[in-house]
Ligand binder design. Structure first.
Ligand SMILES: [Zn+2]
Length: 385
């Protein structure tokens, strides 16, 4: 029997194709399941309590949306600030800055509440056709520290299918269907809504019940996006944001300031500012890894921000940030910007509200990060991701 007659037998052919399918499913399935495994954020010396989002919306219990909420309460009373990283899991500076706070900051007065993986589902899968690596690592004094790199929205396995058009609740604003899994279009959320709306609702409930005074949402954007290295502030938070921008300039960190557009609904700074008493802002840094004109996608690109295509684009005057061979490093520039911004927000708040301060006792220092990166502030991972 030659190969052709052997292959012409339907049963044999079916068997071979089935075996191939099982092999592909086993290999890709292993990676898929591995990325859905929970990864630990170490509890640093300043953590006084750990909550979960399901404490604020019980129906999230047992879902991928139920993530840890770290509370760092000072010895003395004061105000409450909420820092959110990872609403977009493909914007690592916010996530890493939040983890750094949990692992190293200690409050003296007031409460710092930190959610490092605000859309936890987003960390369990990358975006289709982006070739995102599932993880990247940073060096610490005790070994490598691993972080997950995910996609922009909740994973499709947690919320499916996308409608043709996404109608934001409660404004009724219409957006393209895939925005239905974008948590930063889902605020204020609703308790009986889709998965992403429920995650957003739990955050809104936390802000209300815990009487959060100030919300800082950490993001990144591609270097060709106009709103970059910028604070976006709700109108009630604008005066505070102006002081922060000046404070950052004095530290050698140039930052822009934008008003939160009143007609763009679903964003944390717009909706938490409108629906809760909190002052709400967002901060953006430059991430080439999520840009459209980047070259090869690698874990190094996430960490160094070095990319030849962006250097070319900058020379052609196409970008909103400067870009040269030095790139935009995650630790010394992007995470530092977020950490310095949060510190300046606490300082500016305290100047305005002396009887309800936000005072850190220990906080990651700019000079040390510029010299050594985040190594002194992070603990190594037990296992590689
Ligand atoms: Zn974002």
């Amino acid at each position: 029997m030659n190969l052709r007659t052997w292959w012409n037998d339907k049963t044999r052919r079916g068997g071979v194709l089935l075996a191939a399918a099982v092999l592909v499913a086993a290999v890709t399935g292993r990676d898929f399941v591995a990325q859905r495994k929970h990864f630990a954020v170490h509890r640093g010396p300043g953590v006084t309590q750990v909550w979960r989002l399901s404490d604020f919306l019980p129906s999230l219990a047992g879902t991928r949306g139920d993530t840890e909420v770290f509370v760092l309460a000072g010895r003395k009373p004061g105000a409450t600030v909420l820092v959110m990283g990872g609403i977009h899991a493909n914007e690592p500076a916010g996530h890493v800055a939040a983890v750094t706070l949990v692992e190293s900051a200690v409050m003296e007065a007031g409460r710092l509440i930190v959610i490092p993986t605000t859309n936890a589902s987003g960390f369990t899968a990358g975006d289709p056709q982006e070739a995102n690596p599932p993880a990247f690592s940073l060096a610490t004094r005790t070994g490598l520290r691993w972080f997950r790199y995910g996609g922009r929205g909740s994973a499709a396995v947690d919320q499916w299918p996308d409608p043709d058009i996404y109608l934001h609740h409660p404004s009724g604003q219409s957006l393209s269907g895939n925005q239905t899994r974008n948590m930063n279009r889902a605020f204020p959320g609703r308790a009986d809504g889709n998965f992403t709306e429920r995650c957003a609702f739990a955050v809104t409930e936390l802000v209300r019940r815990e009487k959060v005074d100030l919300v800082i949402d950490l993001h990144e954007a591609s270097p060709e996006y106009p709103v970059i290295n910028t604070i976006v502030a709700h109108e009630r938070a604008m005066a505070l944001a102006v002081s922060v921008a000046m404070g950052l300039e004095l530290r050698g960190i140039k930052i822009g300031l934008e008003a939160s557009p009143p007609n763009l609904r679903g964003l944390s700074h717009r909706e938490l500012g409108d629906h809760t008493p909190a002052l709400a802002v967002l901060m953006e840094t430059a991430n080439a890894a999520e840009g459209r004109i980047r070259g090869r996608m690698t874990p190094e690109l996430i960490v160094t921000g070095r990319d030849k295509m962006y250097v070319k684009a900058a020379k052609a005057g196409r970008l909103f940030v400067s870009y040269d061979e030095r790139g935009h490093p995650l630790e010394q520039e992007r995470v530092l910007r977020h950490l310095a911004g949060i510190e300046e927000f606490m300082k500016a708040w305290t100047e305005e509200n002396k009887e309800r301060p936000l005072l850190p006792a220990t906080y990651p220092e700019q000079a040390i990060i510029e010299k050594e990166g985040l190594a002194p502030y992070l603990r190594a991972s037990a296992d590689a991701l």
